[in-house]
Design a protein around this ligand. Structure first.
Ligand SMILES: Nc1ncnc2c1ncn2[C@@H]1O[C@H](COP(=O)(O)OP(=O)(O)OP(=O)(O)O)[C@@H](O)[C@H]1O
Ligand SMILES: [Mg+2]
Length: 298
């Protein structure tokens, strides 16, 4: 379970990005987070991965209280979660197989385990024929499938995806969403941030809407006053019937006039979060594979 208890996060700049959040995501749930640019969605995800530490309150993930977790326990905690990014973040000098195997090498899996597990992930993501391709020899959708395989290979209980279809066309977006739905059906908790009204509407799953750091709507909660579509500025009824399993709709960004946070904050780069002001921050890519094949500290 992922639990937020009175959680606030104020950045060094004084920006209160997340304000007094209380929510629970149960094991096996599929949850969308949506809301305008700058509403705090990525901050919330980074609190779950312990890239950021809450300024107030507690974030509890799979039994770990991330406000009090020891620095050296963070790698072990993170084996419970897989993360997928909008820009894929593959190792560009390694092929598909190696990109997926990398996550297993980090935890010191044996050669045989790695071969079996990578083969299974290649099948699941439909990439068996492309295991030797380098990332530049793949389409965007295929690159994202590699990223999902890599996130999943250590069998985490949670997958967090921050705009996984943000760089993809309609067809690839649909494929990625269907893959995430399949993964959820196999028992993994899946949390997806998206700006796409069409995606949110096409799948009948829990939707949490953020605004200015607060949760203003949760389809799991009591507040059912407004239809979810009312939070999308250009909403107009489409008359299309909703489908539970398969996404067959057009990816649509509903606020093209807004800029990405990285553009608004050129100094902000998740890759070098270690260099940032907040010494409590622990970047996601902190861990390197152990030289002797065994992971340190486990
Ligand atoms: N490292 C940082 N330092 C200071 N302020 C930050 C930092 N990262 C984000 N912010 C600010 O915190 C707020 C929430 O940002 P966040 O990235 O969580 O928004 P978001 O909902 O993910 O937006 P988007 O949809 O554009 O990705 C914004 O006001 C943003 O400017
Ligand atoms: Mg974001």
């Amino acid at each position: 379970m992922i639990e937020f208890v009175n959680v606030s996060k104020t950045y060094e700049t004084g920006n209160r990005a997340v304000k007094d959040i209380n929510l629970r995501i149960h094991d096996g749930e599929f949850v969308f987070f949506t809301g305008r640019s700058g509403s705090g969605k990525s901050t919330l995800i980074k609190l779950i991965t312990r890239e950021l530490k809450p300024t107030e309150g507690d974030v509890i993930v799979s039994g770990w209280n991330l406000s009090s977790i020891r620095q050296r326990d963070i790698p072990r905690f993170r084996r419970n979660i897989g993360v997928v990014f909008q820009d894929f973040r593959l190792l560009n000098d390694r092929n598909v197989y190696e990109n997926i195997a990398f996550a297993q090498r980090v935890i010191g899996a044996s050669k045989r385990e790695i071969r079996e597990n990578v083969t299974e992930m290649l099948k699941l993501t439909g990439l068996s024929a492309k295991y030797k391709n380098m990332p530049y020899q793949l389409s965007g959708g295929e690159q994202q499938r590699v990223a999902i395989a890599r996130a999943l290979i250590n069998r985490p209980s949670v997958i967090l995806a921050d705009e996984p279809t943000g760089n993809l066309d309609e067809k690839n977006s649909i494929e990625i969403m269907n893959l995430l739905l399949d993964i959820n059906e196999m028992g993994t908790t899946v949390v997806v941030i998206t700006h796409s009204r069409e995606l949110v509407e096409s799948v009948d799953k829990r939707v949490i809407v953020m605004e200015k750091g607060s949760v203003i709507r949760d389809t799991n909660g009591e507040d059912m006053r407004r239809p979810i579509s009312a939070f999308f500025s250009d909403y107009r009824p489409t008359g299309r019937s909703r489908r539970e399993r398969s996404v067959r709709v057009q990816e649509e960004v509903y606020r093209p006039e807004e800029k990405a946070v990285s553009e608004l904050h050129p100094e902000y780069n998740a890759n070098d979060a270690a260099d940032l002001i907040d010494t409590d921050e622990v970047p996601w890519e902190a861990e390197e594979p152990a030289a002797n094949g065994r992971s340190a500290g486990v």
